[in-house]
Design a protein around this ligand. Structure first.
Ligand code: CP
Length: 360
């Protein structure tokens, strides 16, 4: 018999099962990409530094493998059994660290996690070159986040095991860009086609500053590998920065065939977009800061009915929770899908490539 008090507690703590928005089944994307594991073989034992390293065939096969993992997580239980990941995050992270670690665990591997550089020899003056040399002996793969752009490159000098850039200062965050594009392709699988019909191409607004935000920098580079998918990529910013592109950054995107424009008239344009990718964290002075304060999406923001919102980072005031329970919320699916994209990538980097082909 439960008494009245226990009954009350049961009611209070009963979990309301939330609706999941943006949780497109990956099967449609799987069907759209013809399998060819040969494109994954060159990834064996490679470092992942920049979105620039990838081509369309490799990315599509990675997304196909990610979709397979996502469709049937039970099937691929332990391909990385006996392998050790060194997860070195010298800057705070929720999504990246935990999704990498979740991916590695799901693949059956073990993890050594460092969340504070001051607990390593770095605090005693040890060079990153030497730390990398030590890492070779202790693990099979490194995932590194560091606020300093150069740390990654210093460690690469001595590494013989693959390293993945999980965010190096304002420079790049390539696996976030992969997760972002995977989400867009799951939402609209026809965008992977070589010839996307004009009326199917999407118009996307990227709220952020490409030369100060690593997510935006890597995202634009990865979009430039699939220029046929986008009728327009509009950089939306609050006008507080004189220069929003580094020299050559915009030129590289345009040369690849991406139609990139910019605007500060965010409210006016936002109603016309298919995808809104909102970012607000940038490197300012000597710390990461939320900015773009004048831009905020909430329940009153007029969006196209079919529009989706993506947000790769820790949420600030720029994105109201009012959108969480609407069909526009694909940011939760984006965070979830990152696990499967990272599973696909880790498998290709660490497991011998011919065995990856067996898996797919
Ligand atoms: N996407 C991303 O970099 O988020 P975290 O800072 O939470 O890892």
């Amino acid at each position: 018999m439960v008494n009245e008090q226990e009954l009350k507690e049961t009611v209070i703590f009963e979990r309301k099962k939330p609706d999941v928005f943006g949780d497109a089944h990956p099967k449609a994307l799987l069907r759209q990409i013809i399998e060819n594991g040969e494109y994954l073989m060159p990834l064996d034992n490679q470092h992942v530094v920049s979105s620039d390293q990838f081509d369309s065939n490799t990315l599509l096969q990675l997304f196909r493998l990610a979709a397979k993992f996502e469709s049937n997580p039970q099937r691929f239980s332990t391909p990385l059994q006996g392998k050790i990941l060194i997860s070195a995050f010298y800057e705070p992270s929720t999504r990246t660290r935990l999704s990498f670690e979740s991916a590695w665990h799901r693949l059956g591997g073990d993890i050594m996690s460092i969340t504070d550089r001051s607990t390593t020899g770095i605090a005693k003056g040890e060079s990153l070159f030497d730390v990398g040399e030590m890492f070779n002996n202790y693990g099979d793969c490194v995932v590194l986040r560091d606020r300093d752009v150069q740390s990654l490159f210093e460690m690469i000098e001595s590494l013989r095991i693959p390293i993945i850039n999980a965010g190096n200062g304002i420079d790049e965050h390539p696996t976030q860009a992969m997760a972002d594009l995977y989400t867009i392709f799951k939402w609209r699988p026809e965008l992977v086609l070589k010839d996307v019909p004009e009326n199917k191409k999407i118009r996307i607004g990227v709220i952020g500053v490409p030369n100060m935000m690593r997510t935006v920098r890597s995202l634009l580079k990865i979009f430039a590998i699939f220029p046929q998918a986008f009728s327009e990529v509009i950089i939306m910013h609050d006008g507080s920065n004189d220069e929003i592109f580094d020299p050559e950054q915009l030129e590289q995107l345009k040369k690849a065939g991406l139609n990139v424009t910019e605007t500060t008239k965010v409210r006016k344009l936002i109603t016309e977009l298919d995808v809104i990718y909102i970012n607000s964290i940038a490197w300012i002075g000597d710390t990461y800061t939320h900015f773009q304060e004048k831009i905020r999406l909430d329940g009153k923001t007029k969006l196209k009915e079919s529009a989706i919102v993506l947000h790769p980072l820790a949420r600030g005031d720029e994105l109201s929770t009012e959108l969480d329970e609407t069909q526009h919320n694909w940011y939760f699916a984006q965070a979830r899908g990152a696990v499967f994209v990272r599973m696909a990538l880790l498998t290709c980097l660490v497991q011998r490539a011919e065995r990856v082909i067996d898996v797919i």
